[in-house]
Design a protein around this ligand. Structure first.
Ligand code: ZN
Length: 238
């Protein structure tokens, strides 16, 4: 089984009736529903209110951590971001969705500002530019999102190891919408669609991509601790 933990700050859905109508169970509830429908995936969820549940014990028991946040990045304690960073270095997978580009764990992992430009209410065409990639399996040449927030370049990230999806917006901008990195022993995927007031996480292609990303980011090896040991030579007659 792949053990997934989904963090969603869960503020928009509580504070706005319109957004609650889009995600009655919260964005985390929607993601948990479609991921949990797979026989090989189990899902736990955490919100800002319960963010202190993101302990070492939870992360040791998490193969892939998914993060959605927007207006309350600053309310996530620094030590939790550092803990997430530490576990990714030791092998845990991490998936940052949409406005998590500015979340503390993602910016810590990237080491750059992760800034971009934005505008609500565009149409997006997501191009699959790496169809051989595990995360692109089951996705055609492109798919469309009728309404999604425009995120435009320049996206201040380190050059991705693999660029799987490229977003084009009706307004003319383009964006590196699906990016992969290996950092330490962990795998990281950033996926741009997922604005809170649009039903993006109900789109089959979006669900397929996130599900594929969970399987891709699942660790094959995990280090119990970050260490830098002084070691004897393996040669007997040094
Ligand atoms: Zn947004």
């Amino acid at each position: 089984m792949i053990k997934v933990t989904v963090y969603n700050e869960y503020i928009h859905e509580v504070e706005s009736e319109e957004i609650a109508a889009v995600y009655p169970k919260g964005i985390h509830g929607c993601i948990a529903d479609f991921l949990g429908a797979n026989e090989d995936i189990t899902v736990k969820t955490v919100t800002l209110e319960t963010v202190k549940e993101i302990t070492d014990e939870l992360l040791i028991d998490t193969d892939v951590l998914i993060w959605w946040g927007h207006m309350a990045h600053h309310r996530v304690p620094d030590e939790i971001a550092e803990r997430v960073y530490n576990h990714v270095m030791r092998g845990m997978g991490f998936i940052a969705l949409h406005s998590a580009h500015f979340s503390k764990p993602f910016t810590r992992l990237m080491g750059t500002t992760c800034s971009l430009c934005w505008r609500e209410g565009d149409r997006e065409r997501v191009w699959n530019i790496m169809p051989s990639h595990p995360i692109a399996q089951g996705i055609g040449n492109y798919f469309e999102i009728p309404e999604e927030e425009m995120y435009g370049e320049r996206f201040d990230i380190p050059t991705p190891d693999e660029l799987v999806f490229l977003g084009w917006f009706k307004g003319g901008e383009v964006f590196r919408s699906g990016c992969c990195w290996s950092k330490g022993l962990g795998r990281i995927f950033y996926f741009q669609p997922g604005h809170e007031s649009n039903p993006t996480f109900f789109i089959p292609e979006v669900q397929r991509i996130i599900t594929n990303a969970v399987r891709w980011a699942k660790p094959l090896y995990r280090l119990p601790e970050i260490e830098c040991p002084h070691t004897p030579s393996p040669e007997e007659n040094l």
